[in-house]
Design a protein around this ligand. Structure first.
Ligand SMILES: [Zn+2]
Length: 167
C-alpha cells in the first residue's frame, strides 16, 4: 500500500544496507559496493471522459476507497508512455477504447491515494461497450446532479472544477 518505501538488502551485491546521509538526505547505502538507493515516485494517470454532460466514473473494487467512485486510473508501467497507460487503464476498467485529447493537470499526493504523482488527461471514446473490469466493480456515467461518493484528491478536484464550470 502507500507509505514509505524500504530497502533492506543491496539489489546489486546482496549485502545488508546501512542508512547514511548522502547529499543531505538519509538514504540506504551499501557498505560493500557503495550502491546508493534512490526511491522513485509512483506515477499514475487519471482520465476524464465526458459525454452528454456526464462524466465516466468507476466504482473501486478494492481498498483504499473501496465502494467509492473515481475517474478511471492506474499506474504507469516502467517504460510505458503515460498517454498509453491512460488509454490502457480506461480499456481495462471500462472496456472502452479512447483517444487522449489533452493534458489537464498534474497532481501531487494529497491523501491515501496510491500514487505520488498523478497525470490527468482528457479523452474521447472511439470504440467499445461500457463494461467494468480489472479493479473496477462498476462503471457508470454521472451527471452533475447525481454524483456518487467520490474518493482520491485528483478525482475530487477535477469533479469540483467541472461543477464550477472550470474544467
Ligand atoms: Zn552492494
Amino acid at each position: 500500500m502507500t507509505g514509505k518505501q524500504i530497502a533492506n538488502y543491496c539489489s546489486i551485491c546482496g549485502a545488508k544496507l546501512e542508512r547514511r546521509e548522502w547529499h543531505g538526505v538519509i538514504r540506504p547505502v551499501c557498505p560493500a559496493c557503495g550502491h546508493v538507493v534512490y526511491f522513485d515516485p509512483k506515477v499514475a494517470v487519471v482520465v476524464w471522459i465526458e459525454r452528454d454532460e456526464q462524466v465516466l466514473l468507476i466504482q473501486r473494487a478494492y481498498e483504499p476507497g473501496m465502494g467509492k467512485w473515481a475517474l478511471p486510473a492506474g499506474f504507469v508501467d516502467a517504460g510505458e508512455p503515460p498517454e498509453e497507460a491512460a488509454t490502457r487503464e480506461v480499456w481495462e476498467e471500462t472496456g472502452l477504447k479512447t483517444h487522449i485529447t489533452r493534458l489537464i493537470d498534474v497532481f501531487p499526493k494529497r491523501d491515501n491515494g496510491l500514487a505520488d504523482i498523478v497525470i490527468a488527461y482528457k479523452a474521447t471514446i472511439i470504440a467499445g461497450e461500457l463494461q467494468a473490469g480489472d479493479d473496477a466493480a462498476d462503471a457508470q456515467w454521472f451527471g452533475k446532479d447525481n454524483l456518487p461518493p467520490l474518493v482520491f484528491y485528483p478525482s475530487i478536484t477535477l469533479v469540483n472544477r467541472w461543477l464550477a464550470n472550470e474544467l
